[in-house]
Write a protein that binds this ligand. Structure first.
Ligand SMILES: [Zn+2]
Length: 132
């Protein structure tokens, strides 16, 4: 009885992350190429407040810039795969847990470093919460 050979059928985790990255990149590129769905909310003339319309434009811009940001991260992740550095935290150099890579294949940091980042950013964005 011949044992099934290892290797040919086995998909390495990096290869599966790579295909996830490529799929996500195609998805984002598709959404960027498509014109934004604009539904002009005409019905109520709002002469004293133009904020809603401006807000919509802002939201579209926000989504576009986020998509571009994500594209950049995906591109960099693909480059790291090429350089055999994929899955290594850019900050501390420790391996990023596989579960995290599966959830966010383009992540650049391990959980600890990402939390540090988020904390330092939210410290700027929000003012301190005074929980009693
Ligand atoms: Zn780290």
């Amino acid at each position: 009885m011949a044992r099934p050979r290892k290797g040919s059928r086995e998909i390495s985790p990096v290869a599966s992350h790579r295909s996830a990255l490529l799929a996500r990149r195609a998805e984002i590129r598709g959404s960027l190429a498509a014109p934004p769905e604009e539904e002009p909310l005409i019905g109520q003339p709002c002469d004293e407040d133009q904020a809603p319309a401006l807000h919509d434009v802002f939201v579209v811009e926000e989504i576009n810039s986020r998509s571009r940001q994500e594209l950049l991260l995906i591109q960099r992740a693909l480059e790291r795969i090429e350089n055999k550095k994929y899955g290594i935290c850019l900050d501390c150099g420790e391996p990023v847990p596989p579960a995290r890579l599966r959830a966010i294949p383009w992540t650049e940091f391990c959980v600890t470093c990402q939390e540090e980042w988020d904390r330092s950013r939210s410290a700027i964005d929000a003012f301190p919460d005074e929980a009693a």
